[in-house]
Design a protein around this ligand. Structure first.
Ligand code: GLV
Length: 320
């Protein structure tokens, strides 16, 4: 029996599978664990099952001890984990790709619709009981049909978002580090573009790349200046890919038309400048937040942790 530490509440299926084979210490409260409690809890762990809100760095790995074998993130993004620090110690790192693709693409599409059709703004009018009346020119948005969606990072979630947008009549452009499979290019009639070309020519730009030092502030003042004044920026990836203050400035000055954000640079804090803007749609990191998806994520994290503890190959190993 190994000692498994689960750093936050996870759906019961995954948790029960871990408990069936190992001694599990799990954080049971709704509020996220504090750093001090986390450092105490991980001491002596053979495996850690972590949430994206927990920073797994040298300090935490030292607190866990040299017997630690694995860190299984219950998320597809793993920028909360210092992977080189884990590799240095021989600690394997896993994530949960695949199972949250559709749920996250749904949220990206929802944000595209919400921002281009001013849905949150409209809802606020009703809720605040402000006077309103149907009018020929009242609260007009931008139609999606024939518009270009530029996908930055055409991985699984980017492709799933493009599929949805194509069904709404959008044309698809994308950037990607490696060539996209021919059948996907064909299916989506997707056009490869350089980052500059994509930013300058897209009507909606949706971010789907992982967050890393290479993508820190990928979208900043310079990029906003090159975007169409009618463009919308959608972020369901990670907050710090966008320079949030530069986004506030671009939205305020009319350099771009709007933004739909599920993630923020200093989550859970949100730049106060965004709160004042009607052309920013803001939702609290809900990309993978469906009952089914969260259960599948916990299950995959458990599968990975159990495989490593059994000395088998984990299905979802990540490397730096
Ligand atoms: C969610 O943001 C994830 O990376 O799984």
């Amino acid at each position: 029996m190994a000692r498994v530490v689960v750093t936050g509440k996870i759906p019961s299926g995954g948790l029960e599978r871990l408990k069936a084979e190992h001694e599990v210490t799990a954080w049971e409260k709704d509020d996220a664990i504090s750093r001090a409690e986390l450092l105490t809890m991980v001491a002596g762990a053979d495996a850690i099952v972590s949430l994206l809100t927990e920073k797994i760095d040298d300090e935490l790995l030292d607190a866990a001890g040299p017997q630690l074998k694995s860190v299984s993130n219950v998320a597809v993004g793993y920028n909360n984990i210092d992977v080189p620090a884990c590799e240095k110690r021989g600690v394997l790192v896993t994530n949960t790709p695949g199972v949250l693709t559709e749920a996250t693409a749904d949220i990206a599409m929802a944000l595209i619709l919400m921002s281009t059709r001013r849905l949150a703004e409209g809802e606020r009018v009703i809720r605040k009981q402000e006077p309103w009346q149907w009018g020929m020119f009242y609260m007009l948005g931008m139609g999606l049909q024939g518009r270009q969606l530029g996908i930055v990072g055409m991985g699984q979630i980017g492709i799933a978002t493009a599929r949805r947008a194509k069904a709404f009549g959008m044309n698809i452009a994308y950037t990607r580090r490696s060539p996209l499979e021919d059948n996907v290019v064909k299916e989506l009639d997707a056009k490869y573009m350089s980052m500059d070309e994509l930013i300058e020519s897209s009507d909606v730009i949706s971010l789907h790349c992982p967050y890393s030092p290479a993508t820190h502030h990928l979208i900043s003042e310079n990029q906003f200046a090159r975007m169409k004044k009618t463009a919308f920026l959608i972020n369901t990836a990670r907050g710090p890919i966008v320079h949030e203050q530069a986004l506030v400035d671009a939205l305020k000055s009319g350099e771009i038309a709007g933004a739909g954000l599920d993630v923020f640079e200093n989550e859970p804090a949100v730049n106060p400048g965004l709160l004042e803007l009607d052309n920013a749609v803001l939702i609290p990191h809900l990309g993978s937040a469906t009952v089914e998806t969260r259960a599948a994520m916990a299950d995959i994290a458990a599968t990975n942790a159990l495989a490593i503890l059994a000395g088998a190959q984990a299905p979802n190993l990540v490397t730096s």
